[in-house]
Design a protein. Structure first.
Length: 369
């Protein structure tokens, strides 16, 4: 790589951008290049070194133990903390492909730093900004994991009640109840078996998704155009034994036959599950939760309606914020999860309409192409 391109890469690097072009030119002249073959190791975790590396060409994989935590390409750098403090490497790095690096060692760095004292302040600001960003990322990751836990608890609640229903049916068969009662018990057991299988499949998918998030594994997130009604019906079926929907009906009212949208099924099941359970929470015994589907200006619109008392005006503006909940045993993560899935993952919209004493409807839209 020629000198001018190297200087440009250095100038575009936040940690070195405060040096003038003359200083960067000298840095290029004095720093050595390192060429790595595919799979060749640059350094290992716990190695003691005092150099940072700027990637000129190629790609480096960064590992913490057995887990890949980053993939770095041209213009990116690593090992910068060794210029500030003499500590062992916190991760390992190896070449993914043929890779060319510029090594900036502690001696060279300090020499040029001494020539521009103001640069030290800029470096500290850059590094402190990166620490803040890392903390923000950690907090977002923790919030996502909390949301996964919330949705898993919903699945487990449904499984627990299905188990109790099966136990009741077994007692019915062992007792002296009339034949028609035993037939009803058999039907209940069949329904519960279907619920358990549906929930088991969804739970395994959700666990895989959460584990991949923890491991930082990028999985293929495939959205495709498909009918929405089978997903709604599957979700409703899986909630049959949920505590908030006992002795209550869930009615699906589609407006039309061909109702398709572009979506990822597990995500939409999670949204529907949260909205229907929330509606069930405020619906009286014997009441009905309605799920409507219609077309709306090029989008598919799904609406979940309850006949509860409505959402108090004083909390409406905070409904999609962290930890806000109207349930005595809630944590406020369900609606937050729904909003992220619909608006960030599917480029749709999630909103609600509510009227005191009459109930609330949550709507969300999905693109149709």
């Amino acid at each position: 790589m020629d000198k001018d391109r190297k200087i440009k890469l250095l100038k575009d690097t936040d940690l070195l951008s405060f040096f003038d072009e003359s200083t960067l030119s000298q840095l290029v002249e004095h720093c050595r290049e390192i060429s790595l073959a595919p799979s060749e190791i640059l350094f290992n975790e716990d190695d003691l070194e005092n150099a940072m590396y700027l990637i000129l060409e190629g790609e480096l994989d960064v590992y913490k133990g057995p887990k890949q935590i980053a993939v770095l390409g041209p213009g990116q750098y690593l090992g910068e903390m060794s210029l500030i403090e003499s500590k062992a490497r916190s991760a390992s790095a190896r070449a993914e492909k043929q890779t060319l690096l510029m090594e900036i060692n502690e001696e060279h760095f300090h020499t040029y730093l001494a020539s521009e004292p103001q640069a030290l302040l800029s470096i500290m600001r850059t590094l402190s900004g990166r620490v803040r960003n890392d903390l923000d990322t950690m907090m977002k990751d923790m919030r996502k994991l909390s949301i996964f836990t919330h949705d898993i608890r919903n699945f487990l609640s449904t499984l627990g009640l299905a188990e109790l229903t099966i136990e009741d049916s077994i007692e019915l068969f062992q007792g002296t109840e009339p034949a028609h009662k035993k037939r009803e018990g058999l039907e209940d057991m069949d329904k519960c078996q279907e619920v358990v299988e549906t929930v088991r499949t969804n739970l395994m998918d959700l666990l895989d998704s959460s584990l991949n998030h923890i491991k930082k594994i990028k999985t293929e997130y495939v959205k495709s155009k498909q009918p929405i009604l089978p997903v709604i019906e599957k979700t409703v079926e899986g909630l049959t034994t949920h505590a908030q929907l006992q002795d209550k009906d869930v009615m699906v009212n589609p407006a039309g036959d061909i109702l398709e949208a572009v979506f990822y099924p597990l995500d939409i099941q999670r949204v529907l599950q949260n909205l229907i359970i929330n509606a069930g929470y405020v619906t009286e015994t014997g009441g009905v939760v309605e799920v409507g589907v219609s077309k709306n200006n090029g989008f598919l619109q799904v609406s979940v309606t309850d006949k509860g008392s409505g959402i108090p005006e004083e909390i409406q503006d905070y409904l999609f914020k962290d930890t806000l909940t109207t349930k005595k045993d809630g944590n406020g993560l369900g609606l937050l999860s729904c909003k992220g899935i619909i608006e960030e993952n599917h480029q749709g919209k999630l909103w609600f309409e509510t009227e005191s004493g009459k109930g609330t409807t949550f709507h969300f839209t999905l693109p149709t192409h």
